[in-house]
Design a protein around this ligand. Sequence first.
Ligand SMILES: [Zn+2]
Length: 442
Amino acid sequence: MVIYNTLTRKKEEFQPVEDGKVKIYFCGMTLQESPHVGHMRAFIFADVMRRYFEYKGYEVTYIQNFTDIDDKVIEKSREEGRDYRVITQEFEREYMEVSDALNIKRPLLFPRATQHIKEIIELIQKLEQKGFAYAVGGDVYFRVRAFKDYGKLSWRNIDELISGARVEVDPKKKDPLDFALWKSAKEGEPYWESPWGKGRPGWHIECSAMSMHYLGETFDIHGGGNDLIFPHHENEIAQSEAATGRTFARYWVHNAMVNIKGDKMSKSLKNFVPVKELLQKYEPDVIRYFLVSSHYRSPIDYSGELLEQAKSSYERIRNFLERGEEEEPLKEDLSEFEHAMDDDFNTSRALAAVFDMIRKGNTEPSLEPRMRGAVRRAMEILGFRLERKKLEGKEFIEILVDVRSELRKRKEWELADLIRERLKEKGVVLEDTKEGTHWRIE
Ligand SMILES: [Zn+2]
C-alpha cells in the first residue's frame, strides 16, 4: 500500500509506527461557519482512508479536533455580540448533523482547543526552555530560524519566505518570520491564566498539543486540506519537532480544494454551498459519490451539472444492487478495487472497478449475484449507505391511481370512490378519460 507524502512529494510504502495500528490526526473545523462542500470533501476523504485501513485489518485511532478559540471565532463573537461558547456550540451541532447525515464515522474523539489549555501551556514552556520560544509582554513567539528544518513540508526556504513579504510586520517579533504561540488577551476577549499573563493559544500550537497528547510524539498520519500546508502544518512540525527532538507525523496527506468557476470555495469569497442546503436536494450518498469520484489530490469543480452526473452514476450502481439476489464475493472479485485503493486511495479508479463488476454481472448472468455482493462490499468500504430509494409522493400517487383503476375494472365503485375522495382532500384531483386516469395537484 502506497501513500503520497507531502513531506517527500513521493508515494511511499505505508509502514506504521506500531504493527497493525494506524494513528491519524486530521485538522477539523474552526467553529465559526457552516460546513460547506469544500470542508466536507476533506472529512469524507479522511473517512474513506480510515474505512479502508479498517478493511485491511488495521486498528485505527482517528482524532479530529474542533478549533473553538482563535481570531476568527473571536471576530464572529464580536460581530454578533454573543458569547463565543454559544456560537461554537451551534456550529459544532450543525457539523455533527451534517457529518452524521453523510455517514462519516465519528472519530475516537473530537478534542477542543479550550479543553487542552494545560497541555498547550506545557508545550510552550518546553519550547521556551529549549530556546525555541520567547515572550514579549504577554505574547509568546516561536523563533523560526532556530528550527533548521523550517520549510520542509511546504518546500520553501527561509529566504523565499522573506522575499514573499506577506509576513505581517509586528514590532514585538524579533524576526518577521516568527509566529505566535500565545496571545495576550485584549479588552473583552476570552482568556486563560498562564505564566505570561491572561491570554489564549495561537491556532497552530493547539493542533500540536492535542495530536501529541492523544497519539504520542510520533504518529502515523497527519492530514487536512492542502490550504493548511503553509503555514499551519509547517508550523505544527516546527513546534512539535523542536519540543520533542523527534519526527512528529510520518506521513502528511492533503486533499485538494473544491472550486467554483476557478475559485476556491470559501467563506471569504462568499461562493460556498452549505452542505445542509445541499442535503435538501440530494441524498447523502450522491454528495459522497460526487466528492469521491475524483482522486483526493485532484481539484474538483463544483457545478450542478456534475452533481447530476454523480447522481445518475450512483443510481446505476444502486439499481444494479436492487435488481436481484446477492452472493458472498470471492477475494479475487475485489482485487481491482483493492489495487486502486492501495495506490494512494485512488477512489476514482476504485469506482471504475465497481463499474467493471457491474459489466461483468450484466454479461455473465451466472456471476451476477456474486458481482452484486462485490459491488456492495466495495461501496460500503467507500462509506456508502446504499439505502433503498425513498418513495416519492408522485410515485405513491401513481400506485394509488393504478389500484383504483383495477378496482373500477372489478366494479368495486365504493372503494374506487373512497380513493378519489381521500386524494382530493390532499389536493390531488383525478380525471377519468378514455385513455385512462390522469391526475393533477390543485
Ligand atoms: Zn490543525
